[in-house]
Write a protein that binds this ligand. Structure first.
Ligand code: RUG
Length: 808
């Protein structure tokens, strides 16, 4: 493919603007220029996309499908340009046409089709699959409303709908010819055929048309373009017949009305699960459309019988959310392809691999039997049969586990347990960081691990350095290139050769310079957004992630209140100025999480304007945290707060993005922090707090008493009393719920227990910061080791151990 120069880009954009809008470029708005640029990108992509598909077809390639309820892709314009090798040229072209590249790029809506880590991981995986030339595609939902837009009003989170499709989305292509029908409810009738086999008829169903919109996934400078297929729900054509049963007719009208909701909005939960009927419908809508589509393409492209399906197709299910794809494949194989149970089961269990992303009990999905029976009667019958056979298998073949059947059964306590279904039917079950996988094996899924030890494996998460280093931090990227060349771009582990420069003062100073420039840029952005001036010489200490009790933003705020109290007592305290930066959305129904947002904002409003702090302390809560905001913040961060209660964060991926951009981790031994620690050593990060074994032991055996710490530690008591007596509120009940949760619910996430070690870790970090060269050396060591956390490495492990696909 011929790469376009800046001149080519200018010429093509100009033609587009002249012909489409009948305007001279000078008269065009940023929006028109954005669409012109996107059109030029699409022109480049089209032949590559077609060729990739033809190649997969002609080579009869084995393919992986990544099924996920979330793909947090954010804006695509820059990453598309980068992967096509035209980002620099596009920047130049825009500048020469008289536009600020950033103003043009930000015309694109940030596609927030995901909540947090799980959805962003799916997006990074697609990027890596394409960049490594692997045949791998995503299936998801084209939600009309993405994750809500957050406004902060009087310190409170207010949610607004995110109608991201209000302007045309230039990357998607509607593929009506691939639409299919998804059926809900109805009656299942069985007829015995003459030969004794059963014929299943699913009648009087509610039908929804699933229409796919394809988004190209462009590989990095390699001419591979894979597909992210997003389903939209529409009514099946034709007006309902009202000549017959009136009740049925009105039911139909009601149903048609509800169809829009199926791909209406993304459930705003992260690491927790809301058992809503609509969510179940969405899940089935995704998997039914996707599995039908896979079978259709399989037959068309490979011309093989469905028995050969597992040779050509592997399906990775991203958490249990798409696990109904298991009974759906069984249904199609038996009811539509006329296979018997054993054959269908043999095929199904060779196709699915399941990734678990959490051990939090509130996030482990279960559905009430009655709900599933009503909504998906045929699917429920199949799950029931899988369960029956599984339990019988234990009874007869694993006598030692008979008493464990209630813990293992897929259907138990009037609920369908989705993780159990996923484990029983998958040939691979993986966790997302070593510590997480070990907890699954030894605790949460111990019984299953004993039954199927060979299925369990670990795949530590990763992120794409193309987006999270090269795109977001061009200055650091070109510095690294100046120092060690660009081999690392295709092999990120080669960043390790930076270690040779760890004692080179000149090099360290250049790193410091880049960080300072990035800090200045963020300081300007904060000023422009919020009108607050932050000291660009202060330590930029950042915690950006979903708001959840286990992620412990509260511990961070307690530390800030502690510093504030110290400064009030001694305004001349010798302290390196700090800027604490937060970004976080709380699930709209998560009361305590919203209280913490309110607390951060309240503390900010006091601290930032108190003369006694003499500018040494600033607290910034940036509203509407999303992918684009993360891209602005991460290059400027110096301390990365990864302070979850040990054992609770399955992996984390923010930790990796910060590390790659030279921030030092302030963290607990949790998730992938442990693997960062294994690489850089304790001398190059700030580790504190309870270890996972200690936390799990307290949960199991008790022995922790938050009130003892309150009684003993004056600093802690002071802070909690400030929350309780209204010092941080406009009226005296504002933060009582936080206070009660800690003292009366015994601090379930060990905030008080880890308070002292956290303060000490911060004091140590501050002392290191005073030695600029030492800090820069630690930062360089972190960047050098960050290659391990490339999603290319993760994808290669999935390929080698699970998917067994070949690059084309
Ligand atoms: O909370 C986890 C993160 O620790 C992890 O890094 C990420 C990707 O594996 O997934 C997050 N997660 C888990 N998001 N939702 C869930 C539960 O469905």
């Amino acid at each position: 493919m011929k790469r376009l120069t800046a001149e080519d880009l200018k010429a093509r954009m100009t033609t587009y603007i002249n012909t489409t809008y009948r305007l001279d470029v000078k008269e065009a708005t940023e929006e028109e220029v954005f669409y012109a640029l996107a059109a030029v990108v699409n022109e480049q992509v089209k032949p590559l996309w077609d060729k990739t598909n033809e190649r997969y077809k002609s080579e009869q390639t084995r393919q992986v499908y990544y099924l996920s309820m979330e793909f947090l892709i954010g804006r695509l314009i820059e990453s598309n340009l980068l992967n096509l090798g035209m980002l620099k040229e596009a920047n130049q072209a825009l500048q020469e046409l008289g536009f600020q590249a950033e103003d043009v790029f930000t015309v694109e809506q940030d596609a927030a089709l995901g909540n947090g880590g799980l959805g962003r991981l799916a997006a990074c995986f697609l990027d890596s699959l394409a960049s490594l030339n692997y045949p791998g595609h995503g299936y998801g939902i084209r939600y009309r409303y993405g994750l809500f837009e957050q406004r902060i009003i009087h310190g409170n989170q207010v949610e607004l709908p995110d109608y991201w499709l209000k302007k045309p989305y230039p990357w998607e292509v509607r593929r009506e010819e691939e639409a299919c029908v998804v059926q809900f409810q109805g009656i299942v009738r069985m007829h015995q055929r003459r030969n004794g086999s059963l014929e299943i008829n699913h009648e009087h169903t509610d039908k929804v048309l699933a229409v796919p919109y394809d988004v190209p996934v462009i590989g990095y400078e390699n001419e591979t373009v894979n597909t992210l297929r997003l389903w939209s729900a529409e009514p099946v054509s034709g007006a309902p017949d009202n000549s017959g049963d009136q009740e049925e007719f009105y039911h139909h009208l009601d149903f048609e009305h509800s169809i829009e909701q199926l791909s209406g909005f993304l459930y705003p939960d992260d690491s927790s699960y809301e058992g809503k009927e609509l969510r179940l419908k969405q899940q089935y809508f995704l998997v039914s459309a996707s599995v039908q589509n896979m079978i259709k393409q399989f037959k068309k492209n490979y011309r093989l019988s469905s028995k050969h399906f597992p040779e050509k197709i592997v399906i990775q299910i991203n958490d249990t959310h798409p696990s109904l794809s298991i009974p759906e494949l069984m249904r199609i194989l038996m009811d539509e392809e006329d296979l018997g149970w054993d054959e269908a089961w043999e095929i199904t269990t060779r196709v699915f691999a399941y990734t678990n992303h959490t051990t939090l009990s509130e996030a482990l999905e279960t559905w009430p039997i009655a709900m599933m029976q009503k909504l998906l009667p045929r699917i429920y019958m199949i799950i029931d049969e899988i369960n029956e056979r599984f339990c019988q298998g234990i009874w007869f073949d694993h006598k030692e586990k008979r008493d464990k059947i209630p813990e293992l059964a897929i259907i138990a306590d009037e609920q369908v347990h989705m993780a159990r279904l996923a484990i029983v039917a998958s040939f691979s079950v993986n966790g997302v960081a070593n510590i997480h996988t070990e907890i699954l094996k030894k605790k949460e899924m111990k019984e299953f691990h004993e039954l199927y030890p060979e299925r369990f494996n670990n795949k530590t998460n990763g992120i794409t350095h193309r987006r999270w280093l090269m795109q977001v931090n061009p200055k650091l990227t070109s510095l690294i290139q100046d120092i060690i060349g660009d081999q690392w771009v295709k092999r990120p582990k080669q960043l390790i050769s930076l270690l040779r420069f760890q004692h080179d003062k000149d090099v360290l100073e250049q790193f410091a310079k880049v960080k300072n420039e990035n800090k200045l840029a963020l300081a300007n952005f904060i000023h422009q957004q919020m009108g607050i001036t932050v000291d660009d010489q202060s330590i930029f200490d950042v915690q950006i992630k979903r708001l959840h009790e286990y992620k412990r933003q509260l511990l961070n705020v307690f530390h800030i209140i502690y510093l504030y109290n110290e400064l009030k007592e001694n305004p001349n305290l010798d302290m390196t100025p700090r800027t604490f930066i937060f970004g976080a959305k709380a699930a709209p129904s998560y009361h305590l999480a919203k209280e913490v947002i309110k607390l951060i904002n309240t503390v900010a409003s006091i601290v930032n304007y108190d003369k006694d702090t003499k500018g040494k302390l600033k607290v910034i809560f940036l509203e509407n945290y999303n992918v684009s905001l993360a891209e602005k913040i991460i290059p400027a961060a110096e301390i990365s707060e990864q302070i979850s209660t040990a054992s609770k964060e399955a992996s984390g991926t923010g930790n990796m993005k910060f590390m790659m951009n030279g921030a030092l981790t302030m963290g607990t031994m949790d998730g992938a922090n442990v693997e960062i620690y294994d690489l850089v050593g304790e001398e190059n990060m700030f580790i504190f707090g309870l270890r996972a074994e200690e936390v799990l032991d307290y949960y199991q055996h008790g022995g922790y008493h938050a009130r003892d710490i309150y009684n003993k530690d004056d600093r802690v008591r002071r802070i909690l009393d400030q929350l309780n007596n209204g010092e941080f509120g406009t009226h005296d009940i504002e933060f009582k719920d936080i206070y009660y949760n800690i003292l009366y619910h015994n601090d379930p996430y060990f905030v008080l227990k880890d308070f002292e070690p956290y303060i000490e870790a911060h004091e140590y970090a501050e002392s290191v910061y005073r030695d600029k060269m030492k800090w820069q050396r630690m930062s360089l060591i972190n960047i050098a080791h960050s290659g391990k956390f490339s999603s290319d490495r993760t994808i290669q492990e999935y390929v080698n151990d699970i998917w067994k696909i070949n690059p084309t």
